[in-house]
Ligand binder design. Structure first.
Ligand SMILES: *Cc1c(COP(=O)(O)O)cnc(C)c1O
Length: 413
């Protein structure tokens, strides 16, 4: 072996596992009978979508569950269902993904951004301050990249302030805080089944809640027409009686094809969480104690589903971070950076969401300037995770030693 040749990683950071055979067979059965619409059922048949909702409600211990077209749709539907109107202010994390402020803006409501801590969770003291300053009565809490804040403290604070909590669990399906599943602390929990999340139907979303009125509104909003009695995890038909003519149809249903693909994956969620945990902890061990690199501590109360990995390069000059990203890329390791001046692919930050007229948040700026992010698909083996850890560690040390910096590429050149 050539001792001078550096190790290279050759796997794909965007390759998911295939759909389980059981899901493929169920999908083919739906295609064969042709009843893809959730309310198109043969006599006595229960739609795949209704069964999926029932199974997910049981999994997270919720009274009600609604499956919808996407995670972003679930967020907008939840906001409408709890009564957010155009012009209302809605608190949300400054560190999140674009569809979160987008769901608020889509209602004509106004996002009010809250600072992130260096542990990558919402800053509770800034939340209290912004709730007071803005008068907002709803928090869209995004568990961005799967990091849960102290949910007991957050709920105590929001209850005291009279702030309704909607949870964005796009990165925390299967996670929990002090034994309570993520999505079950707030009034409504929202999830995504988009390809890069924890179960995969290409697109898809869930809402869960124990509140009968809110869920009846969500079911009507999703486009149930007067067929809501065909659900199995929805409130009783009486709950719909008084509101069914007042709630608009904002069509965004789940279909039976995607539900068929998802049902077998729900059964595997726990197994996936364990496998993600092995990859995460392998990487974490490989990077521990690397000079100049800060790992994100994981509280004992948190059970996480680590479909991605983050670390911080506190106070690094931008040029050095660019040099590190280039060096890692040359060895097959794809890192994403939340500090880049321009949004790249899926990665953007609050100041890029100009429609929301964001005000500067110095603490968030400082954290995001050094925040590195990496996907961790389940097609990686623990050996892959160890190799990726060795490459990052070596390049972090090498780039600091050489003092190398790479200038920003001017876009449009
Ligand atoms: C993906 C994602 C969403 C939205 O989910 P879609 O299903 O893609 O609409 C919301 N919040 C976060 C943090 C996400 O990553």
């Amino acid at each position: 072996m050539d001792l001078m040749a550096p190790e290279r990683f050759t796997g794909s950071f965007t390759q998911q596992e295939p759909i389980p055979e059981e899901g493929i067979e169920a999908a083919v059965a739906v295609l064969r009978h042709g009843r893809l619409h959730r309310y198109n059922t043969a006599p006595g048949e229960v739609a795949e979508t209704a069964l999926l909702e029932e199974e997910f409600a049981a999994l997270v211990g919720a009274k009600y569950c609604l499956a919808v077209a996407s995670g972003g749709y679930a967020l907008g539907c939840a906001l409408r269902a709890v009564g957010v109107k155009a012009g209302d202010r809605v608190l949300t994390n400054a560190f999140t993904l674009a569809p979160v402020p987008g769901s608020i803006a889509a209602l004509g409501a106004v996002p009010v951004f809250v600072e992130v801590t260096e542990d990558l969770v919402i800053d509770l003291s800034h939340l209290e301050r912004m709730a007071g300053e803005s008068g907002a009565r709803v928090l869209m809490l995004s568990h961005m990249r799967g990091h849960l804040c102290d949910m007991d403290a957050l709920m105590a604070l929001c209850n005291r302030l009279g702030v309704t909590v909607i949870e964005d669990c796009a990165h925390t399906m299967g996670a929990s805080w002090n034994g309570v599943p993520s999505g079950r602390h707030g009034l409504v929990g929202c999830y995504s089944m988009q390809t890069y999340k924890h179960i995969n139907s290409g697109e898809g979303g869930f809402l869960v809640s124990d509140d009968a009125e809110v869920m009846a509104r969500a079911v009507l909003l999703s486009g149930s027409y007067m067929l809501y009695a065909r659900h199995r995890a929805a409130p009783a038909p009486e709950v719909f009686e008084n509101i069914r003519l007042d709630v608009p149809n904002v069509s965004g249903r789940m279909d039976n094809l995607r539900a068929a693909i998802l049902r077998p994956q729900l059964k595997r969620l726990e197994d996936r969480r364990e496998r993600w945990g092995v990859l995460y902890r392998t990487l974490e061990a490989g990077l521990a104690g690397t000079n100049g690199l800060r790992l994100v501590p994981r509280p004992a109360a948190e059970v996480y589903v680590a479909s991605s990995f983050q670390f911080l390069l506190p106070d690094w000059p931008e040029g050095r971070i660019r040099a590190l990203i280039a060096r890692c890329a040359a060895r097959g390791v794809e890192l994403k950076w939340f500090g880049a001046p321009e949004p790249v692919a899926f990665t953007s930050r609050y100041e890029h969401w100009r429609y929301a007229a964001p005000v500067p948040l110095p603490q968030t700026d400082k954290v995001l300037a050094g925040l590195i992010d990496m996907r961790l698909p389940l097609t990686f083996s623990p050996e892959d995770a160890a190799l990726i850890g060795r490459i990052i560690r070596a390049e972090v040390l090498a780039v600091q030693q050489s003092g190398e910096e790479v200038a920003a590429v001017v876009l449009g050149d």
